[in-house]
Design a protein around this ligand. Structure first.
Ligand SMILES: Cc1ncc(COP(=O)(O)O)c(C=O)c1O
Length: 455
């Protein structure tokens, strides 16, 4: 009989679409694409793609049609709320409002926050968590997880009475470091503050446990959890959302629209419909819910073990290359998941990323990752110039040890001998000159041609 540890040894990650993608290289021929940019947008899970294909023949409008296909789509859309709620580990009565993504979810909550609420953010947060609030109080980037607790505690002690909201991040999208979410939420609660968790990066790598951690709201994006069909969610308390005007005004948000003395008289729906005006994205929501089910069902312990091994391999390989410096808020002792960022002495991160793509078929991201204050501070601390750009490699279910090894070898070779071909900078981005790669068939320029071929 197999023991559970034997079973675990044969665990395979759920498959993603695009695992066999071949990309052309400027040096000639093709390479298997190494997608090391999961943190920006994760590839689609095969099961999500299958589920979307299964839905498409039934595709019809949600809440707006009497036909059977409409009824089926409305059922899928509404039933998905339970799946997302369970995935988030939220209370059974938590509201699930569908949004486009995390940014949209944060903006929805910002719209619903009562006037006069003191909002506290760490300055190291992603722009989606930093920018939606008016007059947020900024806490500095903490020197350690313990320091984060002290900073928050101090800031809340000095906060005026009234509503308070603390914006938390689950996992840094720059360094992959895991924040002490449960402890920070407990500190917030001690001061009577509510919390919203930016779970954009956390949700792909760790189980989200809103109720256990005492989180009031969580914001997440489908495309970061292998469901790239344009849906995300805000999950959590309904009270502030219910008191707020609709986030978008329009069809689906109103239960009654009449006219009194030449003026509109509108009754708005309750949450969640109140904030979901317009035709709902049932394909995106179905994809999101299927991804939630696949992730919850495939075993978080196995996902963590698989990704931990890949990340360790990645970080130790990169760390061993002379001139490479890994960025970190809290040093190597803390837990990281999914991503690591680095700078290379004397090499523009954007050039490095362009060479990795064009000469090696490796996809990474360069820049400040929509977390400018954090990236700038981390790059400075690592000893590079003030531009604040870095290179990020991020892993997930679509990553193999071979992808990681290719990245390490490619960066090593670029550091030693530079690019094999000529690259020119245009507006901060680098391009190979000339670029002999053939145009890709699905590029917009070829759409007319493809449509003609289908006729
Ligand atoms: C930590 C974090 N928060 C928020 C976001 C915003 O997500 P989206 O672009 O899906 O709204 C991102 C995206 O990179 C992120 O990494």
């Amino acid at each position: 009989m197999q023991t559970s540890s034997e079973v675990r040894r044969y665990w395979l990650p759920p498959r993603v679409v695009g695992a066999d993608l071949e990309v052309p290289l400027i040096t000639g021929g093709t390479a298997a694409y190494a997608n090391l940019d999961h943190a920006a947008s994760a590839p689609c899970l095969e099961k999500v793609a299958l589920a979307v294909n299964e839905l498409l023949p039934w595709y019809a409008s949600v809440h707006r049609g009497a036909g059977l296909a409409s009824t089926v789509c409305t059922g899928i859309y509404e039933d998905s709320r339970d799946v997302v709620r369970r995935f988030a580990g939220a209370e059974t009565d938590a509201a699930v409002v569908y949004t486009r993504n995390t940014t949209d979810a944060m903006n929805l909550l910002a719209h619903a926050v009562p006037a006069g609420t003191a909002v506290l953010c760490f300055g190291s947060d992603h722009h989606a968590a930093l920018l939606p609030w008016r007059d947020a109080r900024l806490l500095p980037m903490p020197e350690s997880p313990e320091d984060a607790l002290v900073l928050l505690d101090d800031a809340l002690s000095g906060c005026p009475a009234g509503h308070r909201l603390v914006v938390l991040t689950g996992v840094s999208n720059v360094t992959g470091e895991v924040w002490p979410v449960a402890e920070l939420a407990a500190a917030a609660r001690r001061h009577g503050a509510r919390t919203v968790l930016d779970a954009a990066q956390l949700a792909a790598h760790l189980p989200l446990r809103m109720a256990e951690w005492g989180i009031d709201w969580a914001a997440l994006s489908g495309h970061k959890i292998y469901a790239p069909f344009g849906a995300g969610a805000l999950v959590g308390r309904g009270d502030w959302l219910q008191k707020a005007d609709p986030y978008l005004a329009g069809g689906g948000a109103a239960s009654q629209v009449g006219e009194v003395a030449g003026r509109l008289a509108v009754d708005w729906h309750n949450v969640p419909e109140r904030h979901e005006a317009g035709t709902p994205n049932v394909v995106g929501v179905h994809a999101l819910a299927v991804a939630c089910e696949v992730l919850s069902g495939c075993g978080w312990a196995e996902v963590a073990a698989h990704e931990e091994a890949l990340l360790k391999r990645l970080r130790s390989g990169l760390d061993a290359i002379p001139g490479v410096r890994l960025l970190s808020m809290w040093g190597p002792a803390g837990r990281s998941v999914g991503a690591t960022s680095l700078i290379v002495d004397g090499t523009d991160a954007a050039l490095l990323a362009a060479v990795l793509s064009a000469e090696h078929g490796i996809g990474v991201r360069a820049g400040a990752f929509c977390a400018r204050p954090a990236t700038r501070a981390l790059v400075r601390a690592a000893g590079a110039g003030p531009e604040g750009n870095a290179l990020r490699a991020s892993i997930g279910l679509g990553t193999t040890p071979a992808h990681v090894d290719r990245l390490i070898a490619a960066i090593g070779s670029i550091v030693r001998t530079g690019p094999q071909r000529k690259f020119e900078a245009v507006d901060g981005a680098w391009f190979p000159v000339p670029d002999p790669r053939p145009p890709i068939g699905i590029a917009h320029g070829r759409m007319a041609e493809r449509a003609a071929a289908l006729r």
